[in-house]
Design a protein around this ligand. Structure first.
Ligand SMILES: Nc1nc2c(ncn2[C@@H]2O[C@H](COP(=O)(O)OP(=O)(O)OP(=O)(O)O)[C@@H](O)[C@H]2O)c(=O)[nH]1
Ligand SMILES: [Mg+2]
Length: 395
């Protein structure tokens, strides 16, 4: 499963985001280091269910009237402070927890109401752009540190006549979780000395920075947008590289709780909601405040941030394996039972492997369930494809 990690300084709202997205019960409080042990749970990205192209809705538990929710894993780690890569505030331990994440949501306090350490200060005091860059810097230096600590092994290997510098670096970095293709792509674009002994700190840092950008892409979540001064929003919008999502994690949490109790109709990612039950004036007022914020930012931003991380930053798309190409069902008659997130460029065989290794190994051919035609081996699948895989492994 794809793992999205929430990173950011203490008190930025990571656990609030996590609770809203997973509806798990975790500690949230207005002081730094509320979270120490990482929380791990299931949330979803939202897409358009292919059942909308048929006469009736599929009835899958992850489909709400054609809004399809595809499971991913969400990780909520402890807050990071400047100097984390050197171990400040247990930072390197927390950074290590990000190793397995596919993509990072950098949660910043857009209101500027908490300082670098996450302590409350008057709103508008702290520049939120500093929250954006410091996390990137800490992650880069942390990875550079890993390369640094393992460099001796590379130097040792260089004494062997078969030494190949690319191979040695690849080995070092795949240990950290980068794929060979990632390392190869990074090495292709940097110049570096053949002899590891001639490498300077700068060379290692450059390598680490590029690899981090490639293997840990980031979406900035400008949280607490509900109380952020307009100039902060403007600066976040214009002075970052564009992947900023304005959010109110608090607002989303209120909506999810109200929805769960039956008070409102709301599907995560909607830009509005409907009140269904009798509410007290205070409850109604609270929800109406969230509604105003949603109108300003096209929703609460929580679902948007998750979708941006997986569909935009990671460039994934959703495909639906079925066994019956005409009914779009599995053997038990469930319509569109599974949704699989694949990387751009994936072929039917990749989908087969994603379903199960045995199905992938026994792959024979595939059928596009919309057209009922066979699809070629090299055909690149795309968002919303419904595919029957024919495999010696059966299904
Ligand atoms: N106004 C506003 N406050 C928020 C929002 N999201 C979270 N908060 C508040 O911010 C404070 C910190 O929230 P947490 O979710 O505990 O923050 P955290 O990033 O997990 O903090 P640590 O675990 O200490 O690193 C709490 O008082 C939340 O209620 C939001 O969207 N708007
Ligand atoms: Mg927390």
């Amino acid at each position: 499963m794809i793992t999205v990690a929430l990173a950011g300084k203490p008190n930025a709202g990571k656990s609030t985001f996590y609770t809203a997205a997973t509806m798990a019960d975790v500690d949230v409080a207005n002081y730094p280091f509320t979270t120490i042990d990482a929380n791990r749970g299931v949330t979803h990205v939202r897409t358009r269910c292919p059942c909308l192209d048929r006469e009736t809705r599929c009835g899958n538990e992850n489909c709400r009237d054609g809004k399809r929710y595809v499971p991913i894993e969400l990780l909520d780690v402890a807050g990071l402070v400047p100097g984390a890569h050197e171990g400040r505030g247990l930072g390197n331990q927390f950074l290590d927890e990000l190793t397995n994440a596919d993509v990072i949501l950098n949660v910043v306090d857009a209101s500027g109401g908490t300082n670098a350490e996450g302590e409350p200060v008057p709103v508008g005091t702290r520049d939120p752009l500093e929250d954006v860059t410091f996390i990137e810097r800490e992650m880069d230096l942390w990875l550079a540190g890993i390369v640094d600590r393992n460099w001796e092994a590379v130097e040792r290997k260089s004494r062997s006549p078969e030494f190949d510098v690319d191979e040695a670096i690849t080995e070092l970095l795949t240990g950290f979780g980068a794929s060979e293709a990632d390392v190869a792509a990074v090495l292709r674009n940097v110049e570096y000395p053949e002899d590891p002994i001639a490498w300077e700190d700068e060379d290692r840092e450059r390598l680490a920075r590029r690899l981090r950008r490639r293997t840990k892409p980031i979406v900035v979540v400008a949280n607490k947008a509900d109380v952020a001064p307009p100039e902060n929003l403007e600066r976040l919008r214009t002075e970052t590289d564009g992947s900023v999502v304005f959010a109110t994690a608090d607002g989303e949490l209120a909506l999810r709780r109200a929805e769960e109790s039956g008070a409102i109709d709301y599907d995560p990612g909607d830009d509005d909601f409907e009140i269904r039950a009798d509410l007290t004036d205070a409850q109604r007022e609270g929800l109406e405040t969230v509604r105003e914020v949603m109108a300003k930012f096209d929703g609460t931003g929580v679902q948007t941030a998750l979708d941006a991380a997986v569909y935009d930053r990671l460039d994934r798309f959703t495909a639906y394996p079925v066994q019956d190409a005409s009914k779009w069902t599995d053997a038990r008659g469930n319509v569109l039972p599974d949704a699989v997130l694949l990387s751009r460029g994936s072929t039917p065989r990749d989908l087969a492997y994603a379903v199960h290794t045995d199905i992938g190994e026994g792959y024979l051919h595939a059928i596009d369930a919309r057209s009922n035609r066979r699809i070629g081996e090299d055909h690149e699948l795309s968002e919303g494809d419904v595919v029957k895989i024919v495999s010696t492994a059966g299904q």
